[in-house]
Write a protein that binds this ligand. Structure first.
Ligand code: ASP
Length: 583
């Protein structure tokens, strides 16, 4: 090896030892008689010292080293006179005897420091330099740890890691597929998997019993901060289990990850139904770091000649603790917030419960003090609290109030990134009606089992929306980190499901014949889940974007600006692939 130690490990107990270190020149400081260099590698930074008086020649060489030169030094560990207790190696320095330049560097386009002068785009283009920065590197170290601990947990539970193919078949359900032309099969295409769903189910038919895979998945969707066209899942499946078993097994995984990666002991995950989540939080992924549950107000507000409330399907409130002193300006801000097109409310009604107990609302004309007292009671509002109310169509109003609740949570500092609140959302609807397409879609995916007690509802077109699924999501801090379901394992029921989704028997056979066929050969009851691995890592790292936890991510337009992909390919290649580009 070219070194005896790394740049993060020398301490006072190494004083007087001769050592060899390799690394990058982070910074050099020239203080007349002394020159200091910060030598950096993955493990840390060690200070190198050069004395002009005792070794002028070597000091001269040191002064000429540029930023990011790769060097090897031989020297002796010495206790520092000016200690830097901010860094682990800050009590020592190396009195250098020889320097060898292993490679030079041109001046990097941005400083490789925590507070870098490089903007987002520049850092993406030179991602390999950005990855030298300790914060970015430590995100990937965290990722490594989460992957390792996942494997440890699942291995102890007898899960087998099996790889499934990346070149598969395009399916019409779900998101858009990335496709790959096949040179050997002109006019035909593979698709990249959106998830290994059908393969893991086939592995259950094969008797693997417990499967997992930390696996790349691909979805050609519009991108957002927390989405990437290729992303990683912790994908799992189990045989001979019921929903309860899956919930317990993977609650165990998340607890294991929290304790081993974050040192946090989380308690058992509460479970709420989809209907409750929508009713109390207006979302199927509620942020439960704070309470502020919705209070439905219909019964206390209707019939007082206030048209907005009288005509609304739903009038629903939240109570913001201690916000009665919000100024006019702050309330106007909140009104503007809910009226933004993305949120779409028509207005905001509020009532202040003043500290002296009096109540003042924005609709005093219609509601006297007695009526307002009823509001306060209903919302369990105390003196000093502020009630915020939205009204209108049920679904839209819930969605808008969900946004307002999150906004209030943020304003009140209730969404701390280092606080974690996990829960299961269960009993999702099986199907979801799509107005544009005029048909039902599977809310999770077409392989999800209806609740046995709801199966009869599948026989009547008018009750399809009422069928509940044995499907579940794990939500942490308002982020859906995992989702899964108990699967259909009966050919007849699976065929009925395809029928409900608008597939003809022939289409179902063409698309999913392999699975329907497999179900005829003794398919065991099975269920599973997949976690968004990148999201889980970013959550553990206290970040909003998953990009910082992926070594080489794509930008918001799905491009890798470092290697410049996607890119055109030449005519010859296109011909060989039988692909014509339409311009
Ligand atoms: N394959 C599903 C998904 O990607 C997860 C599952 O049902 O296991 O969302």
């Amino acid at each position: 090896m070219l070194r005896t130690h790394n740049c993060g490990e020398l301490r006072l107990n190494h004083v007087s030892q001769d050592v060899e270190l390799c690394g990058w020149v982070q910074k050099s400081r020239d203080l007349g008689g002394m020159t200091f260099i910060d030598l950096r590698d993955r493990y840390g930074i060690t200070q190198l010292a050069f004395n002009m008086d005792s070794n002028p020649e070597l000091s001269g060489v040191a002064r000429k080293l540029g930023r990011e030169f790769v060097i090897k030094v031989v020297g002796t560990v010495k206790e520092r006179e000016n200690k830097n207790l901010q860094i682990p190696t800050g009590e020592i320095e190396i009195i250098v005897k020889t320097i060898e330049v292993l490679n030079e560097s041109i001046t990097p386009p941005f400083t490789i420091e925590e507070q870098t002068d490089g903007g987002d785009d520049l850092r993406m283009k030179y991602r390999y330099l950005d990855l030298r920065r300790s914060s970015v590197r430590s995100n990937l170290q965290l990722r490594h740890k989460v992957a390792q601990q996942t494997r440890i947990y699942l291995d102890t539970k007898d899960f087998i890691e099996v790889e499934t193919p990346v070149l598969i078949k395009s399916t019409p359900e779900g998101a858009r597929d990335f496709v790959v032309p096949s040179r050997m099969n002109p006019g035909e295409f593979y698709a990249l998997p959106q998830s290994p769903q059908t393969f893991k189910q086939l592995l259950m038919v094969s008797g693997f019993d417990r499967y997992y895979q930390i696996v790349k998945c691909f979805r050609d969707e519009d991108l957002r901060a927390d989405r990437q066209p290729e992303f990683t899942q912790i994908d799992c499946e189990m045989s001979f289990v019921e929903q309860e078993d899956v919930l317990n097994m993977f609650e165990g995984l998340v607890k294991h990850l929290f304790i081993t990666v974050k040192g946090i002991d989380i308690s058992s995950l509460p479970r709420i139904t989809y209907d409750e989540a929508m009713k109390y939080y207006g979302s199927d992924k509620p942020d439960t770091r704070f309470d502020m549950k919705f209070v439905e107000m219909n019964e206390v507000v209707k019939g007082k000649n206030f048209k907005v409330f009288d005509e609304a399907e739903l009038v629903v409130a939240i109570c913001a603790k201690g916000c009665a002193d919000y100024t006019r300006k702050q309330l106007d801000e909140l009104t503007d917030f809910v009226k933004r097109p993305q949120i779409g409310a028509t207005g905001l009604v509020y009532a202040r419960i003043n500290v002296d107990g009096s109540i003042k609302s924005s609709v005093d004309k219609f509601y006297d003090e007695t009526a307002l007292k009823q509001w306060a009671e209903k919302c369990n509002a105390q003196p000093g609290d502020l009630i915020l109310i939205l009204a209108g169509n049920k679904d839209k109003t819930r969605k808008a109030l969900c946004e307002l609740r999150l906004e209030m949570g943020s304003r009140l500092g209730l969404r701390d990134k280092n606080t974690f609140s996990c829960l299961w959302v269960v009993d999702f609807p099986l199907l979801e009606f799509n107005e544009e397409e005029g048909r039902y879609f599977a809310m999770h995916h077409p392989f999800t089992s209806p609740k046995p007690e709801d199966i009869h509802l599948l026989n009547d077109a008018s009750s399809l929306g009422k069928v509940r699924a044995n499907a579940y999501d794990m939500v942490i801090n308002g982020v859906e980190v995992g989702g899964g379901s108990v699967r259909i394992y009966d050919k007849k029921l699976q065929s009925r499901m395809f029928e409900v989704l608008g597939f003809s028997a022939a289409e179902a056979q063409k698309q999913f014949g392999f699975l329907l066929d497999a179900f005829q050969y003794g398919a065991p009851p099975h269920a599973g889940i997949a976690f968004g691995f990148d999201r889980l890592c970013s959550l553990f790292g206290g970040a909003d974007s998953i990009r910082d936890f992926i070594a080489f991510p794509k930008n918001n337009s799905g491009r890798d600006v470092m290697i410049d992909a996607p890119s055109t390919i030449d005519e010859k290649q296109l011909k060989e692939l039988n692909v014509a580009v339409i311009k």
